[in-house]
Design a protein around this ligand. Structure first.
Ligand code: FPP
Length: 233
């Protein structure tokens, strides 16, 4: 069983278009699929689930779709807050707050603080997230310590980089699942995915269900993770 599962929820637009619906209907159905993922993961005892819900590159989409996704987040967080609290789901938002609307930031702070004592599972919403930006910010922070003479360049370690990422308190993902048929990481958790297993499936995100989840976990269970070492014999 993965301890930390990352999910790239792709294919909402195509799911909707295949049904003659506007892309936004795909995102709405995507929210329902996200609810199924959270419930199934909590039931399986997965400790951390990280979902890619808005990338820093998604700003390039038409303005209407961007504002739809923002409103969807707003409504989603407001509607689910009490359920998260009741079910012991601790929510963290990974991503850049700078440049986000004040009301969204307030809501994100609120969901983080209201759910902070949840112990059943942690849900990380990667929102306005981009791994290259995250790494560049970490480098800036470390560079400042070097510039002030606090840190010698040769003393910089990989752990120090990790400690300056949004995920500093979270173990690296064991498994990254991407739906929707594309086989790439799209700037999601680049550093953290060093030893992750990857599963790519053709199914579009809104169709994600219990059967998909079972198949994905079965496949993960068959992978041998060696972390650069040799397998145990
Ligand atoms: C990718 O599908 C999905 C997104 C860019 C947004 C993901 C959002 C959700 C699953 C809804 C949950 C979100 C919130 C805010 C709680 P796509 O639009 O790239 O699909 P396509 O590749 O078929 O065009």
């Amino acid at each position: 069983m993965p301890r930390h599962l990352g999910v790239i929820m792709d294919g909402n637009g195509r799911w909707a278009q295949a049904r003659g619906k506007p892309r936004t209907e795909g995102h709405k159905a995507g929210v329902e699929a996200l609810g199924r993922l959270i419930e199934l993961s909590a039931r399986q005892g997965i400790e951390f689930v990280t979902v890619y819900s808005f990338s820093s590159e998604n700003w390039r989409r038409p303005k209407e779709e961007v504002s739809f996704l923002f409103n969807l987040l707003r409504r989603y967080v407001a509607a689910e807050l009490e359920r998260f609290v009741k079910n012991g789901i601790r929510v963290k938002v990974l991503g850049e707050r700078e440049g986000l609307d004040k009301t969204i930031c307030g809501l994100l702070d609120q969901v983080e603080s209201r759910t902070a004592s949840g112990t059943r599972m942690q849900l990380n919403l990667a929102f306005n997230y981009g791994a290259k930006f995250e790494l560049a910010s970490a480098m800036r922070k470390i560079a400042r310590q070097v510039a002030s003479g606090e840190l010698a360049p040769d003393a910089i370690t990989a752990d120090m980089v990790g400690e300056n990422l949004y995920t500093r308190d979270i173990p690296d993902p064991d498994l990254i699942l991407r739906t929707g048929g594309e086989k790439r990481l799209s700037n999601f958790l680049l550093w953290q995915a060093a030893y992750s297993e990857f599963i790519f499936i053709d199914q579009c995100w809104p169709d994600f269900d219990e059967d998909t989840f079972r198949d994905v976990l079965l496949e993960f269970g068959q992978r041998q993770r060696r972390y650069g070492a040799l397998e145990n014999r």
